[in-house]
Write a protein of this length. Structure first.
Length: 248
């Protein structure tokens, strides 16, 4: 019977480092040393940390403020809601600093006769890739405060927080970023043509950064139903929030 290891010894301090199937890059909670599980080699990219600025009390204040704002929400949402769960999770992200050029050829059909058009889109990106597979997260709505990043420091991570490891290596994340940016450019191109005939993109990589960022996952109950909020632990901004149907 094959035995699957669930932890390895940190090559820096010797402490046990837990990991789950599929995780590739792991960080020791005791010393902050980061290694690539598949090879056991030290991580050779910059590993940064975004600091969390909210404890549970302050985070509840953010939640209540969100509940009290906006005309789309029920008027009694803050008063009648009960927060049932708040979890702080440090999520792993790759940030792809790049310039992407997409050349295209298409047909503009909004006039008669249709016209063949060619063009180019060139944009600079700090493209964010969540390094977890099969995870739904509003990445495009998350403007990571990169100006506040520090070198990864395990001592800055709260004892009650959960730190997730990366399930993607650099090459996988780079390829995914290229696909996502090309899809984004395809959307932008629809302003100029109605039907794309040919499209090709070239990504000029400037830098890749691996970081952990604090995200609060909050569940609240309103009129016997559960709803979820996803909140940036650095800024307190709500990235995604479920709103109960407002019945007048």
């Amino acid at each position: 019977m094959a035995i699957v290891a669930k932890e390895i010894g940190c090559s820096h301090c010797g402490a046990p480092v837990e990991f789950k199937a599929g995780e590739i890059v792991t960080t020791c909670r005791y010393c902050g040393f980061t290694t690539v599980i598949q090879t056991g080699k030290a991580f050779n990219f910059e590993h940064s940390l975004i600091l969390n600025n909210y404890d549970a009390v302050r985070m509840e204040g953010c939640v209540r403020a969100w509940m009290s704002s906006g005309f789309m929400k029920p008027g009694d949402l803050s008063k009648k809601s009960k927060i049932v769960e708040m979890n702080l999770v440090y999520l792993p992200f790759w940030v792809v600093f790049s310039v992407v050029t997409t050349k295209y050829k298409g047909v503009f059909e909004r006039i008669s006769p249709p016209v063949v058009k060619e063009g180019q889109i060139e944009k600079e990106y700090n493209w964010l890739v969540l390094a977890r597979k099969a995870t739904v997260f509003p990445t495009r709505e998350y403007d990571v405060p990169l100006a506040g990043k520090i070198p990864y420091d395990f001592q800055k991570v709260e004892a009650y927080a959960k730190v997730l490891n990366s399930e993607m290596d650099k090459d996988e994340s780079l390829e995914l970023a290229k696909q996502q940016i090309e899809n984004h450019h395809s959307f932008l191109i629809q302003r100029n043509v109605d039907r794309v005939i040919d499209l090709s993109s070239v990504l000029e990589l400037k830098q890749m950064l691996y970081l952990h960022a604090p995200v609060w996952f909050v569940k609240y109950q309103y009129k016997e139903k559960l709803y979820q909020l996803i909140i940036d632990g650095s800024t307190g901004n709500v990235l995604k929030g479920d709103i109960p149907l407002n019945r007048f």
